[in-house]
Structures are given as structure tokens and as C-alpha cells.
Write a protein of this length. Structure first.
Length: 180
């Protein structure tokens, strides 16, 4: 990938360096190109300022990407179907945590016409986890279908910890699992 030197805040006192010095700097440090910008005035980084077309910054970035060297990938139909099914399961409020084998069994029930292997299920889980839709836990081969719950649980523990009578920052395990 190309390294680009982007000089920002040129609206604050203008350029402090001459073009020759900048060109020497980019050659010494392996930058492919450079551009001066101002978020305040929109110079070279605002689509609106560029008549609605892509800004010079966007153009520079797009032109610097070696599109012909990037491997082409696509999402196979089966993976897309598995994603839809897992998202549907995820949206059911009564299902929050499943073992991987249970998830695969549910997917087979939801997608009766599809043939898939365990490796297909693992690929779908990794893909969905990378997008933050689910979370694969590192123990018990468990899949958390609503990863946003982790933050809620952690916040509840921290609040209970802060409310400790002696203010020593601890909470007993019994209090964590208590369901009042």
C-alpha cells in the first residue's frame, strides 16, 4: 500500500515548508504523494467544496490503492443464507448464548435445503464475529448471539463494585449471580 503525506490545517498560517523541502521529505521517507488540506475551509477534503464530486483527498487515496493487486473475494450464497439465519436467531430475545454444535443444529433446521459442514458454520461464525454481530467466546465453544450484552453485564458489575460498603473495589461472586 502507498503511504501518503497529508498536511492538515493549512488554514492556520499557510504552508510553513516549501514544495522542494516537502518533495525531499516524501522521497526520503517513502511517501507516494502528498496533499495539503483544511477541514475548516474544506480545501481538498470536502466533496461539497469540490462541486459535489469526490474531494482531491478521496481521489488521491483511491488512485493510490493498487486495485489490480488486491484479491477479489465474494460471499458465497450459502454463507449469505447462514448469515441471515444467524441474524434471525440473534434477534430472538430468548436466545442469547449457544454452544457451536447447537447453533449448527438450529441452522440445519432453519435451512433444511442446504448442505453444509462444520467448517462452513465456523466460517460463518468468524465472519459474523468480525462484523460484531455475534461473539465467539474463548471457552466452551460458546457463541454469544448478542455481544452488546457483555458491556451491560460488565457495567452492572462495575457499578456494584463501586457501591461496596467499605469502598475497597470488590464484589463477591454471589452478588454477581444474584437475580433480584
Amino acid at each position: 500500500m502507498a503511504k501518503l503525506l497529508i498536511l492538515s490545517q493549512i488554514d492556520v498560517g499557510g504552508m510553513k515548508l516549501g514544495n522542494a523541502k516537502i518533495k525531499r521529505f516524501i522521497e526520503q521517507h517513502g511517501f507516494a504523494d502528498w496533499l495539503q488540506t483544511s477541514a475548516k475551509t474544506g480545501e481538498n477534503c470536502s466533496d461539497v467544496k469540490n462541486g459535489g464530486g469526490p474531494s482531491r483527498l478521496k481521489q488521491l487515496i483511491a488512485n493510490s490503492i493498487p486495485w489490480d493487486k488486491i484479491p477479489w473475494t465474494s460471499t458465497p450464497r450459502l454463507l449469505a443464507e447462514m448469515k441471515k439465519a444467524v441474524v434471525a436467531l440473534r434477534d430472538e430475545k430468548d436466545i442469547r448464548l449457544l454452544r457451536f454444535v447447537e447453533l449448527v443444529e438450529r441452522l440445519k433446521l432453519i435451512l433444511p435445503g442446504e448442505e453444509f459442514k462444520e467448517s462452513d458454520g465456523r466460517t460463518a461464525v468468524k465472519l459474523l464475529a468480525s462484523h460484531g454481530l455475534i461473539q465467539q467466546l474463548k471457552f466452551g465453544d460458546l457463541i454469544l448471539l448478542q455481544p452488546e450484552l457483555v458491556n451491560g453485564y460488565a457495567g452492572a458489575i462495575i457499578r456494584a463494585d463501586r457501591a461496596h460498603l467499605d469502598e475497597i473495589g470488590c464484589i463477591s461472586e454471589d452478588q454477581i449471580f444474584k437475580t433480584d
